[in-house]
Design a binder for this molecule. Sequence first.
Ligand SMILES: CC(C)(COP(=O)(O)OP(=O)(O)OC[C@H]1O[C@@H](n2cnc3c(N)ncnc32)[C@H](O)[C@@H]1OP(=O)(O)O)[C@@H](O)C(=O)NCCC(=O)NCCS
Length: 155
Amino acid sequence: MIVGKTQAASQTDMTEYVLPQHANALGGVFGGQIMAWIDLCAAICAQRHSGHQAVTAFVDDLAFQEPVRVGEVVRLTARVTAVFRTSMEIEVMVEGEDATTGRRWPCVDALVTFVAIDDRKKPTPVPPLVLDSDDVRASQAAGEARRAARLAKKS
Ligand SMILES: CC(C)(COP(=O)(O)OP(=O)(O)OC[C@H]1O[C@@H](n2cnc3c(N)ncnc32)[C@H](O)[C@@H]1OP(=O)(O)O)[C@@H](O)C(=O)NCCC(=O)NCCS
């Protein structure tokens, strides 16, 4: 019997300090740098949920809301929002933070699909998400609808 895992069991938090090498000519973090951190944070979350290595299969549209600048902090929180057979939808919420004042602001909200991979580098089943609250049940249902739209684009 495959035992389910809760959303809390794989939640992943990352904190990055923005240095000059992360920034563009305007002093804000490169979008690509933020995307790399999103991918890393989601990959750790996917590994925690699945118990396997996992690869990025799909990244939904990203909209950058407010920049984060050199000397500020990027906070990322990843959680599994829906689980399918071998794939998982992971939401990564990214915020900027001014560590001197505690002010925080939304930067970007990403949805990434990861596929768990076995030792032969083939997709492998993952534990279901434990649907232990109305929020998690709604999240799984919304993820299933988004997955159908993604796979429709593929064919
Ligand atoms: C992702 C990958 C493993 C899927 O392999 P595949 O041979 O298409 O495998 P399958 O058709 O059996 O699909 C496996 C799962 O991936 C999902 N998937 C495949 N393409 C997808 C896409 N574009 N969007 C969302 N899910 C997708 C399938 O729905 C299936 O999920 P399920 O088992 O939960 O139903 C393969 O395409 C791959 O290795 N891609 C490259 C990944 C990569 O290099 N990422 C960047 C570096 S980590």
